[in-house]
Design a protein around this ligand. Structure first.
Ligand code: PZK
Length: 287
């Protein structure tokens, strides 16, 4: 039987295995990280929520760009994916000024070579979404790069192609989220190249771990926005005075339950599908 599965690598909250030469298995755990530290307490079903959301968006955007999703397994947390040659850049699109984009803007007035209007507030919507790629750091933080640095890593033609596709994907998903009362502030996409040289959307897409989702009715530019999913965890960790180095604190049951509810709420609002239906039959996420 051909059932030997090689472990290829661990992300902070996911595991990657090789099924064969052409296929990978991506498994999302229930681990949660905050301030870049994985906590010792898990959020039940978080891996299923993220896997279901990612599968949903792959299905929704399949006409814009091909993606690596081959199959969603019955456990709801594992996906079989096409094995690709991954591009060495993170393809970030920002529609709002948050995180490292806000930091860079404060320091230089620019983000990844995009000169922005003066006087923008933290979290403010940008005049138009911008493509702000980053290097993939093996350890530590990804570094924002400009067009010249990105093109040096992937080639001019590929750079133009991933920029165009990333902006199209952001526009499509953010318009849909906006109708549901959710702001997609920014998102990180990863592309690979298949054996025929075609670009393919890979990794996870439009999940709370790869994107900033903000509830539109609580949006207040001029400061950081509460995170849709992790705010209870962050607030609890801040209340402890933890120094944000390993190891992180255990989470109490009310913080776990509140956070789990937020993840499920995000899934149900964005997909329009009851999470219980997804657990019974993950295929519902694919439409
Ligand atoms: C790939 N990662 C990130 C690391 C994880 C995930 N379709 C693909 N083909 C080839 N390689 C990758 C993918 C995808 N997706 C993704 N690294 C390689 C990563 C560790 C654990 F779950």
């Amino acid at each position: 039987m051909s059932d030997t599965v090689m472990h290829l690598g661990s992300g902070k909250v996911r595991e990657l295995y090789a099924l064969d030469d052409e296929r990978l298995l991506l498994v999302a755990s229930d681990r949660i990280s905050t301030f870049d530290v994985v906590l010792p307490t898990e959020i039940p079903d978080k891996g299923r929520v993220l896997t279901g959301l990612s599968a949903f968006w792959f299905a929704q955007t399949g006409a814009l760009v091909p993606n690596h999703l081959l199959a969603l397994r019955e456990d709801g947390r594992s996906t079989e994916c096409r094995r690709l040659e991954m591009l060495p850049i993170e393809c970030v699109v920002r529609g709002y000024l948050a995180g490292s984009g806000w930091k860079d803007y404060l320091a230089t007035g620019e983000v990844c070579g995009h000169r922005l209007p003066i006087g923008l507030l933290e979290s403010q919507q940008l005049p138009e979404p911008i493509f702000t790629p980053a290097t993939k750091a093996q350890t530590g933080h990804d570094e924002n790069i400009d067009r010249a640095a990105g093109a040096a890593l992937v080639g001019e033609g590929r750079y133009d192609e991933v920029e165009r596709l990333s902006l199209e994907l952001y526009r499509s998903v953010s318009e849909r989220a906006a109708k549901l009362g959710i702001i997609l502030a920014d998102t990180k996409l990863e592309f690979g190249v298949d054996a025929e040289g075609r670009l393919v959307l890979a990794d996870e897409a439009f999940t709370p771990d790869s994107s900033r989702f903000w509830p539109a009715d609580e949006f207040r530019p001029g400061g950081p926005q509460p995170s849709f999913d992790k705010q209870f965890v962050r607030d609890y960790c801040e209340s402890l005075g933890w120094d944000k180095t390993y190891p992180g604190p255990e989470l109490p049951a009310d913080v776990v339950d509140g956070t789990r509810t937020r993840y499920i709420d995000a899934f149900e609002r964005l997909t329009g599908t009851e999470f219980g239906r997804y657990l019974a039959d993950p295929g519902v996420a694919l439409g």
